[in-house]
Write a protein that binds this ligand. Structure first.
Ligand code: SF4
Length: 172
């Protein structure tokens, strides 16, 4: 019951952590444009946050520089499951114009798994919104997958006469 409640509202109000992994700022400006009143990303309930522990979607720009890769992985590990990673811009997907350069890591999927790729240099706000809508669908699917083992554990525990810790709050 509580899990169902959380899943419904997570999709309606996902929080996004935006990280610049060495971008030229072009993609970041387009992200800001999509949050501004003209495109109004917040109408989908999407909020930009600075705290990885409260985030659902990790939105990354830039080709990943050698100086930013550690932070990238650190932030990724701090975001709780279920989480969705969105690579925003050609640089983040493949290295783009920085591909092969001495300080560039040629995209984020060498370091963290990516769920949605948004191409373009820089991507248009409409593309960013489209990518984030795809991320919402993936987030909902991942939420269901995270809950399944918990439900299964609850059934096993009840059958064996053990204590079911998965729904303690609901039972009180
Ligand atoms: S994709 Fe283009 S706009 Fe975005 S960070 Fe790379 S060079 Fe800049």
């Amino acid at each position: 019951m509580i899990a169902e409640f959380l899943r419904r509202f997570r999709k309606k109000s996902p929080w996004v952590l935006h990280y610049n992994a060495g971008s030229c700022n072009g993609c970041d400006i387009e992200i800001l444009a999509s949050l501004a009143p003209k495109y109004d990303l917040e109408r989908l309930g999407i909020r930009n946050t600075g705290n990885p522990k409260q985030s659902d979607i990790f939105l990354v720009t830039g080709p990943v520089t050698q100086r930013s890769r550690e932070r990238l992985v650190e932030l990724y590990t701090q975001i709780p499951e279920p989480k969705v990673v969105v690579a925003c811009g050609s640089c983040t997907c493949t290295g783009g114009v920085f591909r092969g350069m001495y300080g560039s890591e040629d995209g984020i999927d060498r370091y963290i798994p990516v769920d949605v790729y948004i191409g373009g240099c820089a991507p248009h706000p409409e593309q960013i919104i489209d990518g984030l809508v795809q991320a919402l669908e993936i987030l909902e699917k991942k939420s269901k997958n995270v809950e399944q083992p918990k439900k299964l554990m609850g059934k096993i525990s009840e059958r064996d006469g053990g204590i079911d810790k998965t729904n303690m709050a609901g039972k009180l």
